[in-house]
Write a protein of this length. Structure first.
Lengths: 843, 392
C-alpha cells in the first residue's frame, strides 16, 4: 500500500511542452505579478498558479519556482491560496530550507479571521513534514484545538496525529493527547470527535508499541467503558465514515458483563440497516466479537446478519460485492450451515465479473450439504459449459470438491463422467484430475470410472495435469484396464515429445506399477521407459528413473513394495488452511486481510498436489529403503559413470527377467534378504513415533509395511476395532502414559451444530462418550473452548488409547490428539471416536 | 488502524496516472469495505461536480478543482465529508454546473464551514422555495435466472426509492409503504385490524443516513429530514412473491451443422392498461454465423456480430399481449469446431412504467414544517430489467 510515485507521471509525456522553458516562463510571470497592484492581478495570479499546478500534475519539475510562488502567496483569493498551499505541500519535503520561507505566511494565515483560511493554513502547515519546522507547529495546533470554528478544530485534531508522525516528543511534550481526549469526550461537533478519535488511536497504538508503561496507561483508557459509551451513544451524529471508526473501536471493547453486551447490541442494531456497506460490516464485526463467548446468542447473531449481508452482495459495485463475498466465505468456514438454504443467492449471473463468479463458486462449494447438493451440482454443471474458460474450469473443480466432501457422491460421479463426454479439452483435463482424486478417496467407484476413462485417448489431452492424472489411473488400475500396457507403451514411444516433466514422472511410475501387475505385457515398455528416463535432461525424471532402475536391480520385490504398496483410501485431503489461520483472520474481519487472504489461498492452491506427493512416497517404508540403496550404490561408482548406451543395455537386461519372482539380482550386488533390511526400517519407524511395546508390535509393523506377506498387493481392510466396555485406568497411569507415548494421530473434525450447542453442559458429552465405551478422565475450559481427556481400551487386550480433545463451540470444531499403545489401531480408533463425537447432540 | 487510504490515484484506461494525491505513508491493514465504498462515493461526488461526464478530459481540465476536493474529502487518510450538497457550498469554480455556482461571490459564505460539520450534516438551513414539491421515484430492477426447462432458479427484486425534494425550511417527512411489518405495526399501534389488501414482505432494507433508524425499528415508519435536492432514500430487496413482467419461451433447433432455427415468444404478464418501453431481447448465436433472416410479429430484429447475438427491439409492448420472433441462422461450417456450442443465456432489457415487480406501493407521504406550507407530491413507479436471463 505504500504510495509509489508513478513513473508515468514523472516523465513528461511527449505532447506536453518541454519542462524547462515552460518553468522559466512561469517564473518570469510570477515575478512580475508578485508586487503588482493592478486590479486584475488576482485573476492573473490565479491563471499562472493554475498553469504551475497543471505542470506539477503532469510531472514537470516546477520546484525551481518555489521562491516566486511564496512571493505571490500574499493574496486574499481563497482558490489561489489553496493552490499555493498545495504547491508548498508538494515541494516542502524535498526543499526543507525553502519551506522555512513559507512558515511566515502560513502562520499568519492561521490567525486569519476567516475560519476556512485558518483551517486550510493549519492543514498545510501540518502537511509540510519537515522535521526542523516542528517548533512552529505546536502553537498553531494548540490554539487550533481551541478554535471557535469546528472546521478548524477538526483539522487541528488530525494535525496532532501528523505532528506525532514527524516528532513524537514534540507532540507529547505539548500534551496534545490529553487535549485531544478532552475534546473527544466533550466537543459538540461529531466530525471533530471522530478526528480526535482517529488521532488518538494512532498515537496510542504507536506509543503502546514503544514502551511498556505507555501501553499500560493506554490500556487503561481502552478499558474505561465511559469512552465506549460516550461515543456509541452519539453514533447517529457521526458521518458514515466516522461511524466505521467508532464501530472498529467498539469491537475492541471487553464487556464486564452480559448486560453491557446486550446494551451495546441494542444500541447498534439499527446500524445493520445503514446504506453504507462499510458500516454494516463494521457492526457485524462488533456483534460477532461481543458474542464470541455466548454460543446461543452467537448463533442468533449469525441469523440476524444474514439478510443484510445478502443485500450487500447484490448491491453496490462489483468490487464491493467481492469484498462482501470474501467475508461471507470466512463466515461460512465457521458456520457452514449459515447460508445453506440461501444457496441460490450465489448462483452466478452471466454479467458478473469473473472475480465475483469465482468467489460465488467457492461459496457454493462451501455451503453444499446433504440438503442442497443436488441443486448446487446441477447449477455448477451449467457453468462447465461457460464461455469463460477459467470459470468453467473452476466450476468443474467445485463439483469435485463437493464430491470429496462426501455428499451424494453417486450422482456427482455420474455428472463428472458426463463432463468427459462434452469433448472439450479443458473440461476433460480438469475432470480427469478430479476423477483421479475421487478414486483415491472412494476406490469403490473405480469400476464405473475406469470404464469411461479407458475410452479417452491420451492424444486428445494436452494439459499436463490432465494427462498426468490419466497416466496415474492407467498405472494404478492397469489390472482392470485391458489396454493399459499398450497405451502406456504408446506414450513411452513419444517420450521425447512430452514436454512436461510432471507427465514424464507419472509415466515412469505408472509403467512401473503396470509392470508389477502385468509383467509380460509391460516388460518391453519398462525397459524403454527406464532408458528414456535415465537419459532425460530433467533432473527429477532422471533421478527417479535411476532410482527405479537400481531398485529393480537391487531386489524387485522391494521395488514392488515401494511402487505398489497396499493403499488405503485417503480419508481427508491435506488442507492448506489451518483452523488457526482462519481464526486469526477472523480477528481482522472487515479489513484488507480478508480479500487478500483469499488471494494467497489461490496462489498456494493445490491441497491435492501436496497429498499426491505423499502417496507417491508411499507409506513410510520408502525412506529406509532409499537410504540403503543409496549407500549401496555409492560404493559402485562405475554404475554412475555408465554411458547412455550401457544403461540402455542394462535397462533391457532388467526387463529380460521374465517376472518378478524369477528375476535375479546382478551377481556383483549382494541382495540382502528381506530380514536384513528389516531392522533399519523398524528403527526408523520407532523414531518416527509408532510405539512398540508389546509382542503385537512386530505384527503391526509388518502389516504397516506390507513386509510380512510378500504376495499381498491388494489393500486389506483394517481389522474392525471393538472397545472394552469397562476399561479401567487411573489418572496417574494416564498421565504417565500420556508423557511416554508418542503422538499417533492428530486430527481435526467437526461437531454437529446441535452438538456444539449441547456442549453448554460439558457433562452431557462425557455421558455421551461413555455410551460409546470412551471414558473421560479429565475435562475443563471456558466457553467457547473446552478440553477433554478421554481414554478407551481395545477389547480383550491391554492396549489403551488416550485422547486429548479440544473443542471450540463457536466454530463447532474439535482437535484430536490420539496416543495409543498399539499405534496401528490408532487410525481405526480415530474413526470410531470421530463418529461417536459427530453423533453427539443429534439424539 | 481504520485508515482508508494512503493515497488516491486517478488512472485512465491505459493505466497512466492522471492525477494523484498522497495523504501519508504506508498504512496498516485498512478497512476494506470502507475503502471500496469511499472510492465509489468519491466517483459519485466527482460526477456530480462534472455533470455526469467524469472522463479523462474533465480531469485534465480541472486539476485544481480536483485537488481542492481531494483536500476536503480526506485528511491524512481519514475520510471526511463526501456530501456533494455541502461541499458545493464552499468549493466552486467556473466550469462547475452546480445550482450554487450562480451565486455572485467567489468567496465562500462566511459560515459555510460551520455547515460542513453541523448536526444535520445533509441539509443546510434557510432554504426557500416558492413552490414546495417532492418527487418520489420507486425504481425496481428485477433479476431473473431461468433454467432451460423453464423453472425459476433465482429471482429477486432490488428496489430503491429516489427522492427529489424542493422544500423550504427544515421539514419532517414520513413515508408509509404497503410492507407487511409496517402495516401490522401501525394496526397494532392504532389498535384496529390491519387493512386487507396486498402487502409485501421486504427481505432487507437500508436507508439513507437521514432516516431515523431508531424510529424505524420501534414504530416501523420511515421518518426523516430530507437533504435538499436529489438523493436515494432507501434500498430494499425482495425475494418472495415477485411478479415477473415478461415470460420468454425460446425454442432453438440446430438443423445439421450449418443451420439453426430460433423461435422466441415473449409474453407480457402485467396489466393490460400498462405497457413496457424499450424492450430488447438478445438471443446469442454462434460465432460463425453467416446469414440471418427474421420474421417478427412486432418490433425489429437484426444480427449484431460484435456481441454474437440476434437483437430484437420492441419500442412499446402493451400488457397482456405476446410477440414472437422466428429467425433462421446459417452458419459457416468449420472443420475444427466441435459439435457442441454452449449457449449463453438469452438476455432481456425493458422498462415498465407504473409497475412494480415487488408490488410495493407508497401509501402516504406526509410533510410537516413549522411554517405549515402545502406541498405537492409526485410519485412514479418504474420496473427495469436487472439481469434478466433465460437459459436455453
Amino acid at each position: 500500500m505504500a504510495p509509489t510515485v508513478p513513473t508515468a507521471a514523472k516523465s513528461a509525456s511527449p505532447s506536453q511542452p518541454s519542462g524547462k522553458s515552460e518553468v522559466a516562463d512561469l517564473k518570469q510571470q510570477l515575478r512580475q505579478l508578485a508586487g503588482s497592484r493592478a486590479p486584475d492581478a488576482d485573476d492573473q495570479r490565479r491563471d499562472v498558479f493554475k498553469r504551475v499546478i497543471s505542470c506539477m500534475t503532469a510531472g514537470i519539475d516546477v520546484s525551481a519556482a518555489f521562491g516566486e510562488m511564496v512571493m505571490c502567496s500574499a493574496t486574499s483569493d481563497v482558490v489561489t491560496k489553496k493552490m499555493c498551499y498545495l504547491y508548498v505541500g508538494a515541494h516542502a519535503r524535498a526543499h526543507p530550507d525553502l519551506a522555512l520561507l513559507t512558515i511566515n505566511f502560513l502562520q499568519r494565515d492561521c490567525r486569519d479571521q476567516d475560519p476556512t483560511i485558518r483551517g486550510l493554513a493549519l492543514r498545510s502547515l501540518c502537511s509540510l513534514r519537515v522535521p526542523n519546522l516542528v517548533e512552529y507547529l505546536v502553537t498553531p495546533l494548540t490554539t487550533g484545538l481551541k478554535d471557535p470554528s469546528a472546521y478548524v478544530r477538526m483539522i487541528a485534531a488530525v494535525g496532532a496525529a501528523k505532528l506525532y508522525h514527524i516528532s513524537a516528543t514534540a507532540c507529547l511534550d505539548a500534551d496534545l493527547p490529553a487535549s485531544l481526549k478532552a475534546l473527544m469526550l466533550s466537543d459538540p461537533d461529531a466530525q471533530v470527535v471522530a478526528n480526535c478519535l482517529h488521532a488518538l488511536q494512532e498515537i496510542w497504538t504507536l506509543e503502546a508499541a514503544n514502551s511498556e508503561s505507555a501501553a499500560r496507561e493506554i490500556e487503561r483508557h481502552y478499558i474505561a467503558s465511559q469512552l465506549y459509551f460516550t461515543l456509541l451513544n452519539r453514533i447517529k451524529e457521526f458521518s458514515e465514515w466516522a461511524q466505521c471508526t467508532v464501530l472498529e473501536l467498539a469491537s475492541k471493547f471487553l464487556p464486564s458483563d452480559n448486560n453491557e453486551i446486550f446494551d451495546i447490541m441494542n444500541l447498534l442494531e439499527d446500524r445493520l440497516q445503514h446504506a453504507n456497506g462499510a458500516v454494516v460490516l463494521a457492526t457485524i464485526k462488533v456483534f460477532l466479537h461481543l458474542t464470541m463467548s455466548m454460543t446461543d446468542v452467537h448463533q442468533q447473531v449469525y441469523e440476524r446478519i444474514k439478510a443484510p449481508l445478502l443485500t450487500l452482495v447484490g448491491a453496490g459495485s462489483p468490487e464491493q460485492s467481492y469484498s462482501v463475498l470474501c467475508h461471507l466465505h470466512l463466515l461460512v468456514m465457521r458456520a457452514p450451515m449459515l447460508f445453506s438454504s440461501d444457496y441460490k443467492s450465489f448462483y452466478c449471473q452471466f454479467s458478473d465479473p469473473s472475480y465475483v463468479k469465482k468467489l460465488k463458486l467457492e461459496m457454493l462449494t462451501a455451503i453444499a450439504n446433504e440438503s442442497n447438493t443436488y441443486e448446487i451440482v446441477t447449477e455448477l454443471c451449467e457453468y462447465a459449459g461457460n464461455v469463460d474458460v477459467p470459470i468453467a474450469r473452476e466450476s468443474i473443480r467445485a463439483v469435485g470438491k463437493i464430491a470429496l466432501q462426501q455428499y451424494d457422491v453417486n450422482a456427482i460421479v455420474d455428472r463428472l463422467l458426463q463432463f468427459l463426454e462434452m469433448d472439450k479439452d479443458y473440461v476433460t483435463a480438469e475432470t480427469l484430475v478430479l476423477v483421479k482424486d475421487l478414486l483415491r478417496k472412494y476406490p469403490q467407484w473405480s469400476h464405473d470410472c475406469i470404464a469411461v476413462v479407458g475410452n479417452i485417448s491420451s492424444k486428445n489431452i494436452q494439459e499436463p495435469k490432465g494427462k498426468a492424472a490419466l497416466i496415474w489411473m492407467l498405472g494404478e488400475y492397469s489390472q482392470d484396464m485391458h489396454d493399459a500396457p499398450y497405451i502406456l507403451e504408446g506414450l513411452v514411444e513419444n517420450w521425447d515429445e512430452e514436454h512436461s516433466p510432471e507427465v514424464r514422472l507419472h509415466l515412469l511410475t505408472a509403467v512401473m506399477k503396470c509392470f508389477f501387475k502385468r509383467p509380460p505385457e509391460t516388460q518391453k515398455a519398462l525397459g524403454a521407459t527406464l532408458a528414456a528416463g535415465i537419459s532425460d535432461t530433467h533432473q527429477d525424471v532422471h533421478d527417479r528413473a535411476l532410482f527405479y532402475y537400481r531398485l529393480l536391480q537391487y531386489d524387485p520385490s522391494v521395488a514392488e513394495r515401494v511402487v505398489n504398496p497396499p493403499k488405503q483410501a485417503v480419508s481427508v485431503f491435506a488442507d492448506m488452511q489451518s483452523s488457526e489461520m482462519k481464526d486469526r483472520i477472523f480477528d481482522e474481519f472487515n479489513s484488507l486481510s480478508v480479500p487478500s487472504y483469499l488471494f494467497t489461498d489461490k496462489d498456494h492452491r493445490g491441497p491435492f498436489e501436496y497429498s499426491e506427493d505423499l502417496t507417491n512416497l508411499t507409506v513410510g517404508a520408502e525412506d529406509p529403503e532409499n537410504v540403503i540403496s543409496a549407500q549401496r550404490y555409492q560404493e559402485n561408482d562405475n554404475d554412475l559413470l555408465l554411458s547412455t548406451s550401457d544403461k540402455e543395455d542394462n535397462g533391457t537386461r532388467v526387463s529380460n527377467g521374465s517376472s518378478t519372482s524369477s528375476y535375479n539380482a546382478p551377481s556383483d550386488l549382494i541382495s540382502p534378504s528381506l530380514l536384513s533390511s528389516q531392522p533399519p526400517a523398524e528403527s526408523a519407524l520407532m523414531t518416527t513415533g509408532v510405539p512398540t511395546s508389546s509382542s503385537l508390535s512386530n505384527f503391526g509393523l509388518d502389516d504397516l509395511l506390507g513386509l510380512g506377506v510378500t504376495e499381498a498387493p491388494a489393500p486389506r481392510p483394517p481389522p474392525a476395532l471393538t472397545l472394552n466396555s469397562k476399561p479401567v485406568l487411573d489418572p496417574g497411569t494416564f498421565q504417565r502414559k500420556w508423557g511416554q507415548l508418542a503422538l499417533s494421530l492428530s486430527q481435526e473434525c467437526s461437531l454437529s451444530p446441535q452438538g456444539a450447542a449441547a456442549l453448554m453442559n460439558p457433562q452431557s458429552l462425557i455421558r455421551h462418550m461413555q455410551g460409546n465405551y470412551i471414558q473421560c478422565i479429565a475435562s475443563g475450559g471456558q466457553p467457547p473452548n473446552y478440553k477433554f481427556f478421554f481414554y478407551a481400551q481395545k477389547d480383550g487386550v491391554t492396549a489403551f488409547f488416550l485422547v486429548e480433545c479440544i473443542i471450540n463451540t463457536a466454530s463447532a470444531k474439535a482437535q484430536l490428539k490420539i496416543k495409543a499403545d498399539d499405534g496401528t489401531a490408532a487410525e481405526a480408533f480415530s474413526t470410531l471416536f470421530q463418529s461417536a463425537l459427530s453423533k453427539f447432540g443429534l439424539s | 488502524m481504520p485508515v482508508a487510504a494512503s493515497a488516491i490515484y486517478f488512472l485512465n484506461l491505459r493505466g497512466d496516472v492522471l492525477i494523484n494525491r498522497l495523504y501519508r505513508d504506508d498504512v496498516g491493514n485498512a478497512n476494506v469495505a470502507c475503502a471500496f465504498k469511499f472510492v465509489v462515493e468519491a466517483v459519485a461526488l466527482f460526477k456530480s461536480y462534472f455533470g455526469g461526464n467524469f472522463d479523462e478530459d474533465a480531469i485534465r481540465n480541472n486539476f485544481v478543482l480536483i485537488y481542492e476536493l481531494l483536500d476536503e474529502i480526506m485528511d491524512f487518510g481519514y475520510p471526511q465529508n463526501l456530501s456533494p450538497e455541502i461541499l458545493k457550498l464552499y468549493i466552486t469554480q467556473e466550469g462547475v454546473r452546480s445550482p450554487f455556482s450562480s451565486k455572485p461571490s467567489d468567496k465562500p459564505v462566511p459560515n459555510a464551514t460551520l455547515q460542513v460539520t453541523g448536526a444535520v450534516g445533509w441539509r443546510r438551513e434557510g432554504l426557500v422555495y416558492k413552490k414546495n414539491e417532492v418527487f418520489l421515484d420507486i425504481v425496481e430492477s428485477v433479476n431473473l435466472l431461468m433454467s432451460s426447462k423453464g423453472s425459476v432458479l433465482r429471482c429477486d427484486v432490488t428496489g430503491k426509492i429516489l427522492m427529489k425534494c424542493f422544500l423550504s425550511g427544515m421539514p419532517d417527512l414520513k413515508l408509509g409503504l404497503n410492507d407487511k411489518i409496517g402495516l401490522e405495526k401501525e394496526a397494532q399501534l392504532k389498535s384496529r385490524p390491519a387493512k386487507s389488501g396486498k402487502t409485501i414482505e421486504l427481505d432487507d432494507v437500508t436507508f439513507h443516513q437521514c432516516v431515523n433508524l431508531t424510529r424505524f425499528n420501534s414504530e416501523k415508519t420511515v421518518s426523516f429530514v430530507p437533504p435538499d435536492g436529489e438523493f436515494e432514500l432507501m434500498k430494499y430487496r425482495i425475494t418472495e412473491g415477485v411478479n415477473l413482467p415478461f415470460r420468454v419461451l425460446p425454442t432453438i433447433k440446430e438443423l445439421g451443422r450449418t443451420r439453426m432455427e430460433i423461435n422466441v415468444k415473449v409474453k407480457s404478464v402485467f396489466g393490460a392498461k400498462m405497457f413496457a418501453l424499450g424492450v430488447v431481447v438478445k438471443v446469442p448465436v454462434p460465432k460463425q454465423t453467416a446469414k440471418t433472416s427474421f420474421q417478427t410479429t412486432s418490433g425489429k430484429a437484426k444480427y449484431n456480430a460484435s456481441i454474437d447475438s440476434l437483437v430484437w427491439k420492441i419500442r412499446k409492448f402493451p400488457g397482456q399481449t405476446e410477440a414472437t420472433m422466428s429467425a433462421e441462422v446459417e452458419l459457416i461450417s468449420t472443420m475444427g469446431e466441435k459439435k457442441s456450442w454452449n449457449r449463453p443465456p438469452i438476455q432481456m432489457e425493458f422498462q415498465v412504467p407504473m409497475f412494480t415487480a415487488s408490488g410495493l406501493r407508497v401509501r402516504f407521504l406526509k410533510v410537516w414544517e413549522k411554517s405549515g406550507y402545502n406541498t405537492v407530491e409526485w410519485v412514479r413507479y418504474i420496473t427495469r430489467a436487472g439481469s434478466y436471463e433465460i437459459r436455453c
